[in-house]
Design a protein around this ligand. Structure first.
Ligand code: SAH
Length: 384
C-alpha cells in the first residue's frame, strides 16, 4: 500500500463528526475508500508506514502491541512513545473508521448488537454473543449485500460497498475491548469465535476478508491471536472463491448457505444459484473439507411450507450422507412484511429425524438475539 492511499487532508471537517485528536490532520473523506488503518497492514507494512512518516520503524511493533495486545488506540495511553511523536503516529495509522450509533442488548446484556456508522455514512452491524463457556462475535464484511436472497433483510437493501480489512477487524476489537473492560455481564472475558454471518457476502469481498482473517489470527502483537479453527466464513456459494479459499491453506470453518437441496427452489431462495448450481457448490465444499480436514457447515433456514418438507430433508440427506458435513438448521427470522415464517415444530422435528436417519449430524441453531433483530441487516434496515 502506498502513501497515495492516504486520505487527502480536508480543511473543514463535517459538523456532524465528533473530532478525535488525529482527525485534525487527517479527516476521513466522507465518501469513497475508507482511510488506511494499522489493522489493514502487515507488521512489515506498518514499519514502512511509520518510517515514511519520518519516525523509527520499531514504533510499529509498539503500536501493534497497544492495539492488538492491550486493545488501546488512545495515544494518551502510549506511555512508551514520546509525546511529540504520538500525534504523527496517530494521524498516520489510527483514523476513526466507525462510530457506534446504537447498541441494543438482550439476554440480560450477554447479547449485544451494535449499529456502526462508517466514515462515509454507510451503516453496518456486529453482534457479540456471550455463552457460559465462550464469546462469539458475528461481523459484517460489506455494508449491505448484493446477493439478493429474498428472506434476508440485508438482501432487500442491496450492496452499499465493501468494508476494508480494518473495518472488519475493528468490529472484533471493539467487542474484545468491551469484554476486557468488564462491560459485558459475566466479568472480564475474551473473544473466542468470529463468524462472518453479519451483513454482506464475505467471499464477494475476498481480499479484505482474508486480510481480516490473518489479522484476527496472527499471534499477538501482530494480530489478535485467535485460532483459525474458531473463525467461520459463511457464503452463498461463490464457487471460484471457495476454490481460492481452499488453496489459501487456512484452517477456517466454511459455512455454505444452502437453504434448499434442489436447484428449482434454490434458484429462488439464493438467486446466485442460477450461476453456480447446488451440485457445483457442494463439490467445491467437499474439496475444501478434504483439503482442510474440516467439517463444512451447511446452513439451512427452515421456512414454513417452502423448504421444510420431508422429501426435501430426504434429498438433502442423500446429498450429504458420508460427507464431512454438519447441518445447521436456522428457524427463519421473518423480516418485516415477509410472507414467510418459521417452520412448525413438528415439521422441524421431522426434518431433523430424516437427516439423522442418513447419519448426517444436525443441530438447530439457538435463536439468540431474536428480540433485537438478530437476523442480519434488520437493525440497519430500521435505521435507514
Ligand atoms: N452472505 C453470507 C453470510 C451472511 S448471513 C451467507 O449467505 O452465508 C448468515 C446466515 O444467515 C446465512 O446462512 C443466511 O442465509 C442466514 N439468514 C439471513 N437472513 C435470515 C433470516 N431472516 N432468517 C434466518 N436466517 C437468515
Amino acid at each position: 500500500m502506498s502513501t497515495q492511499d492516504l486520505p487527502a487532508p480536508t480543511s473543514t471537517p463535517p459538523a456532524s463528526t465528533r473530532l478525535e485528536p488525529g482527525q485534525l490532520l487527517f479527516e476521513a473523506p466522507r465518501r469513497g475508500k475508507p482511510p488506511r488503518h494499522l489493522a489493514d497492514l502487515t507488521l512489515a507494512e506498518r514499519k514502512d508506514a511509520v518510517t515514511k512518516s519520518g519516525l523509527p520503524g520499531f514504533r510499529a511493533a509498539q503500536l501493534s502491541k497497544h492495539y492488538f495486545g492491550r486493545l488501546v488506540d488512545d495515544p494518551a495511553e502510549w506511555t512508551d512513545v514520546p509525546a511529540a511523536q504520538r500525534e504523527t503516529l496517530y494521524a498516520a495509522l489510527f483514523p476513526r473508521l466507525m462510530t457506534s450509533v446504537r447498541e441494543i442488548t438482550c439476554d440480560s446484556g450477554t447479547t449485544r448488537k451494535t449499529l456502526w456508522r462508517m466514515h462515509d455514512g454507510a451503516l453496518v452491524e456486529s453482534v457479540l454473543m456471550r455463552y457460559p463457556d465462550r464469546v462469539t462475535m458475528c461481523v459484517s464484511s460489506q455494508a449491505g449485500c448484493g446477493m439478493n436472497c429474498p428472506f434476508c433483510a440485508t438482501g432487500q437493501a442491496g450492496l452499499t460497498r465493501n468494508l476494508s480489512t480494518a473495518e472488519i477487524v475493528e468490529q472484533v476489537v471493539a467487542g474484545a475491548r468491551e469484554l476486557a473492560r468488564g462491560e459485558v455481564p459475566g466479568g472480564p472475558g475474551r473473544v473466542a469465535n468470529v463468524v462472518f454471518m453479519g451483513m454482506g457476502e464475505p467471499l464477494a469481498n475476498y481480499n479484505a476478508v482474508i486480510g481480516a482473517v490473518r489479522r484476527l489470527t496472527d499471534p499477538v502483537p501482530d494480530g489478535l491471536g485467535l485460532s483459525q479453527r474458531h473463525i467461520t466464513v459463511s457464503t452463498v456459494g461463490l464457487v471460484p472463491a471457495i476454490e481460492k479459499l481452499t488453496a489459501e491453506q487456512l484452517n477456517v470453518t466454511l459455512a455454505v448457505s444452502l437453504h434448499a437441496p434442489d436447484d428449482d427452489l434454490r434458484d429462488e431462495l439464493v438467486p446466485v444459484n442460477t450461476r453456480w448450481r447446488v451440485g457445483e457448490v457442494l463439490g467445491a465444499a467437499w474439496d475444501y473439507a478434504h483439503t482442510t480436514k474440516r467439517r463444512v457447515s451447511i446452513e439451512y433456514a427452515l421456512i414454513r411450507d417452502i423448504n421444510d418438507q420431508v422429501w426435501r430433508a430426504d434429498l438433502l440427506g442423500k446429498r450429504l450422507r458420508g460427507k464431512l458435513a454438519h447441518v445447521n438448521l436456522i428457524p427463519l427470522n421473518p423480516t418485516p412484511g415477509s410472507k414467510w415464517t418459521a417452520s412448525r415444530p413438528e415439521d422441524e422435528d421431522a426434518f431433523v429425524r430424516t437427516l439423522e436417519a442418513y447419519g448426517v449430524p444436525v443441530t438447530v441453531r439457538d435463536t439468540r438475539g431474536r428480540e433485537i433483530d438478530g437476523a442480519c441487516g434488520q437493525l440497519a434496515a430500521v435505521e435507514a
